[in-house]
Design a protein around this ligand. Structure first.
Ligand SMILES: Nc1nc2c(c(=O)[nH]1)N[C@H]1C(S)=C(S)[C@@H](COP(=O)(O)O)O[C@H]1N2
Ligand SMILES: [Mo]
Length: 421
C-alpha cells in the first residue's frame, strides 16, 4: 500500500509540472525524434519555428492529444491517461507510442519492398507495396495492441524501462493482407516453426548495421486469420510513428511482436533469435519468483498471449458528482488470445462485487466494452476497482501479480477514485 501511495503522490507532482511544459517539451522531443539528433540550441530557437530539415507542414504530434504523458524523449515514448481511451476504436490521437530506436526518415513508398526469406522458405521473394495490395485480398480487424510492459510502474521493487501506467494499450482497426496468404504464396517448408520481422528504424547510436528490434511469433500465431501485414490504421495510411507504410500486426500478444516499418520477414526452422528475443527481453520466469530475485536464463520463457485485463475509461479519477445520482462507469476488457467472459467492479475494496454489462468483441482479439450504473447513497471518497475474468476462469489480481525482472504483464485491477458530495 505505501508503495502505491508514494507512486500516486509522485505522479501528481509530475503531472502538474508536465502539463505546463508539455507542448514545448514534447514538440522538441518529437522534432529530435524525426531529426535523429537533439537540437543543441533549442533554447534559442524561435517559438513555432520548423527546423530546415523537417517538412514545412511538420506536425510533431501527428494529431496526438495534448494530454499525452511523455515517458521518454529518446527514444520517443508517450502514453495517454486512461480517460483518453474511452472509445471502442482508439483514435490515433490517443494511441501510445513506443519506439526502441529512431523513426526512419525519407520513406519512399513507391520504392518500399517487403522481402520474405529465411531458411524455411522454398525461395526468397520480394514484393512491392503495390504488389502486396493487388495480389492479396485485404481484411480489417480491430486488434488489441498492448505493450508487454504496460503497467510496469506498479511493480515493486521497480523494474527498469518505461514506467507505463495504464495507457500503453489500444484497440484500433487495422487493414491489410493476411500473413498466411503471403506465406502460402512464398511457399514455406515443413520444418518452419517461427517467423521474425525486421523494420527500417535505426539504432539509437546511429549504427546502420545494428538491429533495433527483431521479434516474431510461432507459425501457428502467424497463420491466424487476424495476423496481418497492415497498411492502414483506422481507414487511413498508418501514421509514420506507428509503422508507415507497412506493419506486422498480431493482436493479443505483446505489442513488441507487431513490427513497425516492416521491410523483411524471415521464416525460421527454430525459435527466432533476433534482437530482443533473448535474455530478460519480453521473457518472464517459468515459475513464481520473489521480488528482486535473479532468475537463470534457462528458467525464462517468452511471453506469448497477454493476460486478462481491463481498464476504467469513464469517469476519470478524481471525478466529483452528487449523492444518489446515477453514475455510468465504462471501460474495456481483453484477454490476449481468449475472450473475456465476466466483468465486475467493487466499491468496497473487494468485499462485494457487482457484475457489469459486457459486450461481445467485434471480432476475435478486439477488446470488449463494459459498463455499469452505480449510485452512492453516502457522501465521501470512494474507489472503483475493475476486474475481468477470461473464458478459462482466470481473473485479474487485486494486488501486484508475479514480479519479474523487467516488469512485464502487470494485470492487477485498474482503480479510480471518485468523490460524492
Ligand atoms: N520496428 C519496430 N517495431 C516495433 C518497435 C520498434 O521499436 N521498432 N517497438 C515495439 C514495441 S516494444 C511496442 S510496445 C509497439 C508500439 O507500437 P505503437 O508505437 O504503435 O504503439 O511497437 C513494437 N514494434
Ligand atoms: Mo513494448
Amino acid at each position: 500500500m505505501s508503495r502505491k501511495e508514494s507512486t500516486s503522490a509522485k505522479k501528481k507532482k509530475e503531472n502538474s509540472s508536465d502539463r505546463r511544459s508539455f507542448l514545448q517539451k514534447s514538440t522538441l522531443a518529437a522534432m529530435a525524434a524525426f531529426l535523429g539528433a537533439d537540437i543543441v540550441h533549442a533554447a534559442s530557437m524561435p517559438k513555432g519555428y520548423i527546423p530546415v530539415m523537417l517538412p514545412a507542414d511538420f506536425n510533431p504530434l501527428e494529431g496526438k492529444s495534448k494530454e499525452m504523458i511523455v515517458r521518454n524523449e529518446k527514444p520517443w515514448n508517450i502514453e495517454p491517461p486512461a480517460h483518453l481511451l474511452n472509445d471502442a476504436i482508439t483514435p490515433v490521437s490517443s494511441i501510445f507510442i513506443r519506439n526502441n530506436g529512431l523513426i526512419p526518415e525519407d520513406i519512399e513508398v513507391s520504392k518500399w519492398t517487403l522481402t520474405v526469406g529465411g531458411e524455411s522458405v522454398v525461395k526468397e521473394k520480394t514484393y512491392t507495396l503495390a504488389e502486396l495490395k493487388s495480389k492479396f485480398k485485404s481484411y480489417s480487424y480491430q486488434l488489441v495492441i498492448e505493450c508487454g510492459g504496460n503497467g510496469r510502474a506498479g511493480f515493486y521493487p521497480q523494474a527498469s524501462g518505461n514506467q507505463w501506467e495504464e495507457g500503453a494499450v489500444y484497440c484500433s482497426q487495422w487493414t491489410g493482407v493476411r500473413l498466411k496468404d503471403v506465406l502460402a504464396d512464398v511457399g514455406i517448408k515443413s520444418d518452419a516453426v517461427y517467423i521474425g520481422y525486421y523494420g527500417a528504424d535505426k539504432h539509437l547510436n546511429g549504427d546502420p548495421n545494428k538491429v533495433v528490434i527483431s521479434r516474431g511469433v510461432p507459425i501457428a500465431k502467424a497463420m491466424e486469420d487476424e495476423s496481418l501485414l497492415a497498411f492502414q490504421l483506422n481507414g487511413k495510411d498508418i501514421p509514420l510513428t506507428h509503422g508507415y507504410p507497412l506493419r506486422l500486426v498480431c493482436g493479443g500478444w505483446p505489442a513488441s511482436v507487431s513490427g513497425k516499418w516492416l521491410n523483411k520477414l524471415v521464416v525460421r526452422n527454430k525459435v527466432h533469435d533476433g534482437e530482443k528475443m533473448m535474455g530478460d527481453s519480453y521473457r518472464v520466469p517459468k515459475y513464481p519468483v520473489a521480488p528482486g530475485q535473479e532468475v537463470p536464463d534457462e528458467d525464462m520463457k517468452i511471453i506469448e498471449s497477454m493476460p486478462v485485463k481491463s481498464m476504467i475509461t469513464y469517469p476519470k479519477t478524481g471525478a466529483m458528482f452528487g449523492k444518489d445520482k446515477k453514475l455510468t462507469v465504462q471501460g474495456h476488457a481483453w484477454a490476449g488470445d481468449l475472450e473475456v467472459k465476466e466483468m465486475q467492479v467493487t466499491t468496497d475494496f473487494g468485499a462485494t462485487w457487482k457484475t457489469c454489462t459486457l459486450k461481445k468483441p467485434t471480432n476475435r482479439l478486439a477488446w470488449q466494452q463494459w459498463s455499469i450504473d452505480l449510485t452512492f447513497p453516502q457522501a465521501g471518497y470512494y474507489e472503483i476497482w475493475a476486474k475481468a475474468t477470461d473464458s478459462k476462469g482466470i481473473s485479474q489480481t487485486m494486488v501486484m501479480p508475479g514480479w519479474n525482472p523487467k516488469g512485464y504483464l502487470n494485470n492487477a485491477c485498474h482503480r479510480i477514485a471518485v468523490k460524492v458530495s
